[in-house]
Write a protein of this length. Structure first.
Length: 313
């Protein structure tokens, strides 16, 4: 687990309350402060705290309206909000919980209660993050799975549209993998998949590049801000690295594998969607498989829609 401090946003228009909460939580958490609901929304968007302590009675917009604004933002909608209030009416507490508040802390503050309730929300967040990490990770290769790829693709696709930058996709299929499995056993097949995953991750180096297991013996890589030439260079490097790779194995016959690769570069996302790009990379992959395997093919989206073979002369 990271040693980085978790963060808490304290929202209260009373200076004494802010100082009290900073004193209670400051040694354990990084504290952000807002003195109004509108400031809280702005600071939460910028800092993305793990927990928000939100006063109900404030001069501009009250805590209920602030909570609704937070929930309407994609960036802040999942941040747990604990209301801090001097109100003791059960109807007020019920209203807050109905709106989506995670908990309540009443004034005057009990340091032990404040710490425990914030700590409980942090534990829930950590558990949810762990579950989410498992849900987007392929357990065999420790790479992102298809769900993880879809989330990253959506983010990078939006960025490419805004920046009018190219985005390339590479689809991989380990050649004759069923025969490999049938010959050397599924255990050795798993070793081959794991070895390929490491070779793939070891070849794409830029922070924005992203690779995932697509399913079975198929993998996919996303290369933001990469044109046709760049995609071909990366794909061919991966192909050669896999061809030269030695796979740990008791049976020397099982050492080598090769991979077929299909590539597609989207130059203007306004004219097609993500699924079309993946489909074209997949078509290029099947072209590679049908024309001898262990090669790279790039889908050229011309008037004729031809697929050009890049390697394997």
């Amino acid at each position: 687990m990271s040693d980085k401090k978790h963060s808490v946003l304290v929202v209260d228009d009373e200076h004494a309350n802010i100082m009290a909460l900073k004193h209670i939580l400051g040694t354990e958490y990084k504290i952000y402060v807002a003195k109004s609901g509108n400031d809280a929304v702005e600071i939460a968007e910028e800092s993305i705290p793990e927990v928000i302590l939100l006063d109900i009675i404030m001069p501009d917009i009250d805590g209920y309206e602030t909570l609704e604004k937070l929930q309407h933002s994609e960036n802040t909608k999942d941040i747990p909000v604990i209301f801090i209030t001097g109100l003791s009416n059960s109807d007020d507490e019920e209203k807050g919980l109905e709106l989506g508040a995670s908990d309540y802390i009443t004034k005057p503050f009990s340091p032990a209660i404040v710490k425990l309730r914030v700590r409980n929300q942090i534990k829930i967040i950590e558990q949810m993050r762990l579950i989410e990490e498992f849900s987007i990770t392929d357990q065999l290769t420790n790479m992102p799975n298809r769900r993880g790829f879809d989330a990253r693709m959506k983010m990078e696709w939006g960025r490419a549209l805004r920046d009018h930058s190219p985005i390339s996709l590479l689809m991989f299929d380990i050649d004759k993998f069923k025969t490999y499995n049938d010959t050397f056993g599924h255990g050795q097949g798993d070793v081959a998949l794991y070895s390929f995953a490491r070779a793939l991750e070891g070849t794409i180096h830029r922070p924005a590049d992203f690779a995932a297991r697509w399913g079975g013996e198929e993998f996919i890589a996303l290369l933001p801000n990469t044109d046709v030439k760049g995609a071909i260079i990366v794909a061919e490097t991966i192909r050669k690295n896999v061809e030269e790779m030695n796979i740990p194995c008791k049976d020397e016959r099982a050492v080598k594998i090769t991979v077929s690769i299909g590539a597609y570069t989207c130059l203007d996302g306004q004219n097609e969607d993500m699924s079309e790009c993946i489909s074209k990379a997949d078509q290029a992959l099947y072209y590679s498989k049908e024309h001898g395997r262990n090669r790279v093919s790039h889908y050229e989206d011309t008037v004729k829609g031809t697929i050009k073979d890049i390697t394997g002369e």
